[in-house]
Write a protein that binds this ligand. Sequence first.
Ligand SMILES: Cc1cc2nc3c(=O)[nH]c(=O)nc-3n(C[C@H](O)[C@H](O)[C@H](O)COP(=O)(O)O)c2cc1C
Length: 305
Amino acid sequence: MKPKLAVNIGGINMKNPVTTASGTFGFGPEYASYIDLNRLGAIVVKGTTLKPRQGNPTPRIVETPAGILNAIGLQNPGVDYFIEKALPYLSNFDLPVIVNISGDTVADYAKLAAKLEQVEGVAGLEVNISCPNVKKGGLQFGSDPESAAEVVRAVKGSTNLPTIVKLSPNVTSIVKVAEKSAEAGADALSLINTLLGMAIDVKRCRPVLGNVMGGLSGPAVRPVAVRAVWQVYKEVELPIIGMGGIVTAEDALEFILAGASAVAVGTANFINPRATMEVLDGIEDYLIQYGYNDIKEIVGAAHRR
Ligand SMILES: Cc1cc2nc3c(=O)[nH]c(=O)nc-3n(C[C@H](O)[C@H](O)[C@H](O)COP(=O)(O)O)c2cc1C
């Protein structure tokens, strides 16, 4: 008998626990020739803002040992484009669409939430309060528990859509931000976003990235991300989407055993566009191999050993 893979993330029904990390999977079509999008548990789309954004000056990506630094700066065509052009394409597939939203102000988040509420085909919101690459908003909200709560309250006051709050590792206590987000009404949590980092070009004697600093992602951050999931799972009773350096099924299983109910594949998509499918197949193989009937049996299991 095949093991049960379905999970519920704060009201979003996913047929399996594998989704995409925002900003690494576009709006979907970019990957449709590599994988069957219908097989994803959900898609989390590229970060969306009220107005189109140009993003930061180039260069915006640097390779580092076991990861990349990016300073894209939330380049995107704006929420109206998303609704008119990207969402109709995704409605051809049988998968929940989770929209990652960012704002310069608390009011921006509320407006985005209200706008997306009106549209058919949006299963939930992922509220990005953790982007290290923008001057206004972003990390400013995610690094202070009270500000995070303010954003969550504004979003929850503007929509009935399930609301997932995406947390930053660039804080003293990720648990405090998670607790305040939960009190403010978050339905689920995503963790983690990128770690603030930088690289210097020694020949040119200056920072490599046009924006000087960027966000570190990929396998380099995985131990930090697993630790964050472990800590938050212990203290906060909300479903967690775990991410940060997942390349293989074994990586994803670390997150699930630490307490994540679902996992997102990010940077790995750039190296292997089939990574999500390999992670999904590998999780299923693991459950069969170890005799589990349901993915839920192993969520947080490492805490019980
Ligand atoms: C190029 C790039 C763009 C990203 N854009 C966003 C974004 O728009 N919104 C967001 O919440 N996170 C964004 N992220 C963060 C990822 O969703 C993810 O949290 C992070 O990269 C850790 O996962 P990974 O190591 O598997 O990539 C971006 C990451 C990368 C590498």
